[in-house]
Design a protein around this ligand. Structure first.
Ligand code: AMP
Length: 500
């Protein structure tokens, strides 16, 4: 491979070229194939340039070989990778490309129709993965580990989603911590079902196995039946998901015939590690999953800004309802409201984090970056206690951030949108505890005088508008509203619960 390969993840891949790296719906690929494809994408992005010099390259590629080739290609060319969520509607995609100042959009042909018009309108250079893979190899630049590598968008309380910038060094640190703590090895094979615009899916479930020389088998999306079927075919050693996914797997198991259930449970017994995170794992789910699979789920705590920070142990007691203790090289302190460090067991404090894993900055938001730190400790906004040495999350210090299905959603943003409805006078949005989703998004609404609101219509309207703010398609009111004979919701005070 030409050029100086300075990036650790690339060097790791080079050391295991002949091993299988990835399996997707199309085929199986070696590390050598991955490096070869990444190199061509890098060449295509570079064109006449020698180094992209941190140009932002947005990309929308389904889970699989081309996704990793694009990510690594951007890195090899010296760009910053900005993964776009494949299920986001256009306005959200437009926001991310604009906010990041993307210079190029790389798209898999399945997304050409969705993105080409946007790229033309915004005068962003548009490249298809299929075209990029036809490029001629060129000399690649040296990339320092201190350069910016990736921007992931995450919801905040006061503004639109912010871009979290991680350097190559941050990413390496986030990976190696987990390699060590969770005992990743070349013999591992993970079944990947997570979104690839979020830290969980990118760092924990994709880059960790690729660092270890393991195999990452990627499904296009989560489907409980497909996951169970794949478990039963054998040789998967690691699985990671958000609690909502485990709940869906449990439901599927419960609806299966006893014979099938037995086979499903036996399939789990052969696996090495099952991890849950990105939202609190209810103790009842921990217990049920243990009864079904024999696995005590390893619950961990992390954030887009810091990767993983606190984890239950690989060996040793995994305590239900607890997130464990600080990971290697990650410093944690709990701070009370007066700004003093909490030393007593059982006393609550905000989790603050320091270490090479902590992100560089919020993209083009120096004030928000400054506010996120005290001295050089990152303020997570999560409140926790320590009990018998194990950390336990009490909740977020800001009620305006709702965690639903593992995603962060800003209550204030949803309120803003709802207020745009002609019938709505006022509204307040909060998270409501829910066993399946962690939290549901709940909106209390006051109607304009004499306004009538048809619930179905509100749902349809909200669905269109709110997809922009990560309240995707499956919108359902879980509370029946008072209606008149015509089926119209007439009471001035209505309460609607939205569900992701
Ligand atoms: P994100 O940046 O989308 O990964 O969201 C990070 C947030 O998810 C954290 O600040 C926590 O509020 C929440 N979170 C992550 N892991 C856990 C966990 N194991 N238990 C409770 N909350 C969690």
């Amino acid at each position: 491979m030409p050029g100086n390969l300075t990036l650790p993840i690339i060097k790791r891949a080079q050391a295991q070229q002949q091993r299988p790296a990835l399996i997707d719906a199309q085929s199986e690929y070696s590390y050598a194939q991955l490096l070869g494809a990444a190199q061509l994408i890098a060449a295509s992005l570079l064109g006449d340039r020698r180094d992209l010099q941190e140009a932002r390259i947005a990309f929308m590629v389904p889970p699989g070989f081309d996704y990793v080739a694009a990510q690594w290609g951007i890195w090899l060319a010296g760009g910053i990778a900005v993964p776009l969520c494949i299920s986001h509607p256009l306005p959200e995609v437009e926001y991310v490309t604009e906010d990041s100042g993307a210079e190029i959009i790389i798209a898999h042909p399945v997304f050409q129709e969705k993105l080409q018009g946007l790229a033309e309108r915004k005068r962003i250079h548009f490249v298809l993965t299929t075209e990029a893979l036809q490029a001629e190899p060129v000399e690649l630049p040296d990339i320092s580990e201190d350069r910016r590598a990736m921007i992931l968008y995450t919801s905040g309380t006061t503004s639109r989603p912010k871009g979290v910038v991680n350097t190559h060094r941050n990413i390496t640190s986030q990976i190696t911590t987990l390699i060590e703590a969770w005992g990743w090895m070349a013999e591992d094979r993970i079944l990947h079902v997570l979104p690839l615009h979020h830290t969980h899916g990118i760092i924990n479930a994709l880059l960790c196995p690729l660092w270890a020389g393991a195999v990452c088998e990627m499904l296009p999306q989560f489907d409980a039946g497909v996951v169970w079927e794949r478990f039963m075919r054998g040789n998967i050693t690691v699985f990671m998901a958000v609690p909502t996914v485990y709940i869906k797997l449990i439901e599927f198991w419960e609806n299966a015939a006893p014979e099938e259930q037995k086979k499903m449970s036996q399939a789990c017994a052969k696996m090495r590690l099952m991890v849950s995170g990105s939202a609190a794992l209810p103790v009842s789910v921990f217990e049920k999953w243990k009864a079904i699979s024999g696995h005590a789920l390893l619950e961990r705590y992390g954030m887009t800004e810091i990767g993983m920070a606190i984890s239950n142990p690989l060996h040793g007691e995994r305590r239900p309802g607890y997130i464990g203790f600080p990971l290697p090289r990650v410093q944690i302190r709990l701070m009370d409201e007066s700004g003093s460090e909490v030393k007593d067991e059982g006393a609550p404090g905000e989790i603050q984090v320091k270490g090479p894993n902590v992100f560089l900055e919020y993209w083009r938001r120096p004030e928000a970056t400054q506010e996120a730190f005290v001295e050089d400790w990152f303020r997570s906004g999560d409140v926790a206690v320590v009990e018998n040495g194990y950390y336990r999350i009490l909740g977020r210090s800001s009620v305006d951030i709702i965690k639903t299905g593992g995603y962060k959603v800003s209550a204030l943003e949803i309120e803003e949108i709802l207020r745009g409805h002609p019938c709505i006078k006022e509204c307040a949005v909060v998270g409501v505890e829910d066993a399946e989703w962690g939290e549901r998004v709940c909106a209390a609404i006051t109607l304009q005088n004499n306004a009538v609101l048809d619930l179905e219509e509100l749902r349809r309207w909200a669905k269109k508008k709110m997809a922009v703010y990560k309240i995707p398609s499956r919108l359902a009111a879980v509370e029946e509203l008072p209606r008149n004979a015509m089926g119209k919701v007439t009471k001035p005070e209505v309460k609607v619960l939205f569900q992701e």
